[in-house]
Design a protein around this ligand. Structure first.
Ligand code: GDP
Ligand code: MG
Length: 196
């Protein structure tokens, strides 16, 4: 039942298997250079701080099963926002296919923070009727001396945009695991409230 109620009608990406495992398509979007691919590589286990295996499904798609709160969830992570061919349809596609989104900016780059707001608006426009789980991600938190966006600005923006907020550092792997667990929890919260 809930499969239909919270994924777009054209998408059947959220599948509940007999084992209770669920599949979530998580899309990363954000300005060039903010650290999306570095975060994706950590997810993929290149630097292995997470404890399960990952399948690399293509140069920009990764799949990994996580245990979150005693329940397993498989995330398919899409890092194709900045496709080299710059074809517009890829970004349109990204806006349509996600079950959840990570909007990433760099705390050292005010322009990337402003871009994050633009992307939130674009996403709202693309998926008007849906309550899509989103985490606003302020990456590069290790670069304290170059900070241009404060924690409170990030948090305030997330309140306005009705999404969660986290600061991460892909470089020192701070809060990265928490980020991916967080997005699973956000999807589940919506699922559980729909089931009632
Ligand atoms: P993308 O364009 O969003 O995919 O960004 P990349 O993942 O390619 O990262 C751009 C640059 O920022 C690379 O040189 C990364 O090594 C660097 N970078 C990414 N994340 C961090 C971080 O958390 N801290 C620091 N200091 N550098 C980072
Ligand atoms: Mg990249």
């Amino acid at each position: 039942y809930y499969r239909r109620s919270w994924s777009s009608e054209s998408s059947d990406s959220v599948i509940s298997s007999e084992s209770g495992n669920t599949y979530y398509r998580v899309v990363m979007i954000g300005e060039h250079g903010v650290g999306k691919s570095t975060l994706a590589n950590i997810f993929a286990g290149v630097h292995d701080s997470m404890d399960s295996d990952c399948d690399v499904l293509g140069e920009d798609t990764y799949e990994r099963t996580l245990m979150v709160d005693g329940e397993s969830a498989t995330i398919m992570l899409l890092d194709m926002w900045e496709n080299k061919s710059e074809e517009e349809w890829i970004q349109d596609h990204c806006m349509q296919v996600g079950d959840a989104y990570l909007i990433v900016y760099s705390i050292t780059d005010q322009a990337s923070f402003e871009k994050a707001s633009e992307l939130r608006i674009q996403l709202r426009r693309a998926r008007q009727t849906e309550d899509i789980p989103i985490i606003l991600v302020g990456n590069k938190s290790d670069l304290v001396r170059c900070r241009e966006v404060s924690v409170s600005e990030g948090r305030a923006c997330a309140v306005v945009f009705d999404c969660k907020f986290i600061e991460t550092s892909a470089a020192v792997q701070h809060n990265v695991k928490e980020l991916f667990e967080g997005i699973v929890r956000q999807v589940r919260l919506r699922r559980d409230s729909k089931e009632k």
